[in-house]
Ligand binder design. Structure first.
Ligand code: RIB
Ligand code: CA
Length: 341
């Protein structure tokens, strides 16, 4: 039986790639794509999600507009990262599919309650829609199968401020509500996804297939590659959102650890910072026999907290990026062959 999935997005170039991976994967039953404001304003994000699904011949999948603005903070978008349209240099024809009339928050609630214990919710955007869904229908906490979130910068610098990752920076209040909700959360942080990169060689490999799909990926990622080089001097682009989606069907690609994650949402200086605490035993070398000191020569990264907060997420601490990128490119090749020029 295929795995039920609902993607909550802010399309966005890497969101678009996550949508393409979802529809290219026979393991998945993509129930809906919901949208919130983030990389681009809500209206553009909805149009982008619809156009990408139409490009992939999956326009039957509903795209439901959610909440446009963060709970408390002003709108914050990322045109320098994803382009004015949200899809880089790509230009897609608009979808002619009927527009879904259901609100994104209601769609999330309905899809979770329609199949208790079966739906994987994959938020790869600011968490505004998920927070509102929790407030409107708290029973989704126990009904959802799992929640695989792309967000946070836990042990590395942020990508939006020196401390904060974009999704958690845009709506830190929503992130706090979701992280403290009790839902079964797997958190895929920027620490991990920044190293999951497409390179020009992957784009060139895809362009060997003459398809509007490969042309779209090339045009969208060309902007994204330019941004990564201009901003970080790196010749590649981080495909953050497909990593979260991948864990719905390939969980073995990731190693996780139970931890406590909190979000700063009160200080203007550090807002959006993800604070990690680990409560438990840390492994280190045995004490040497003459009791002169520990065998360890450097302090372990234990992220210990003496306040002993209860753990609330499974944090992805390692991801097999090489295997995933190969699988991703293969899935895009297979999808492209079904959409000839
Ligand atoms: O920080 C990266 C995340 O923020 C990704 O989901 C990207 O699409 C943006 O939403
Ligand atoms: Ca996103």
């Amino acid at each position: 039986m295929s795995q039920r999935v609902l993607l909550d997005t802010d399309p966005g170039i890497d969101d678009a790639l996550a949508i393409l991976l979802a529809v290219a994967s026979p393991e998945l039953d993509v129930r809906a794509v919901t949208v919130t404001g983030g990389n681009c304003p809500l209206s553009a994000g909805v149009a982008n999600a619809r156009a990408v699904l139409a490009l992939a011949k999956h326009q039957h999948i509903p795209v439901c507009a959610g909440v446009a603005l963060p709970l408390l903070r002003p709108a914050f978008t990322a045109a320098e990262t994803h382009g004015a349209s949200g899809l880089g240099y790509a230009v897609l024809p608009p979808s002619d599919a009927p527009e879904a009339r259901e609100h994104g928050v209601d769609c999330i609630i309905r899809e979770i309650l329609a199949a208790p214990g079966q739906l994987s919710l994959v938020p790869v955007a600011p968490l505004t829609n998920i927070a509102i869904a929790l407030r409107k229908e708290p029973t989704i906490v126990d009904a959802v199968k799992n929640v695989i979130i792309m967000g946070g910068a836990v042990r590395v610098d942020g990508n939006t401020t020196s401390l904060a990752e974009f999704n958690f920076f845009v709506d830190p209040h929503a992130a706090h509500i979701v992280l403290t909700s009790g839902m079964p959360i797997t958190l895929v942080p920027w620490d991990i996804t920044r190293d999951v990169m497409l390179h020009q060689k992957h784009i060139d490999r895809l362009l060997a297939i003459d398809s509007p799909l490969t042309q779209f990926i090339a045009d969208a990622t060309r902007f994204y590659l330019d941004f990564h080089y201009a901003s970080f001097g790196i010749a590649g682009c981080s495909i953050n959102d497909p990593v979260a989606l991948a864990l719905t069907m390939w969980p073995d690609l990731a190693t996780t650890q139970s931890v406590r994650v909190d979000i700063e949402y009160t200080s203007e200086l550090t807002i959006g910072k993800t604070v990690l605490s680990y409560v438990g035993e840390t492994s280190h070398p045995p004490r040497d026999t003459d009791m002169t000191g520990f065998a360890a020569t450097e302090w372990p990264a234990t992220w210990r907290s003496m306040t002993r907060p209860p753990h609330n997420v499974q944090l992805v601490t390692h991801f097999d990026s090489e295997t995933f990128i190969e699988r991703f490119v293969q899935r895009m090749e297979a999808l492209a062959r079904m959409i000839p020029a």
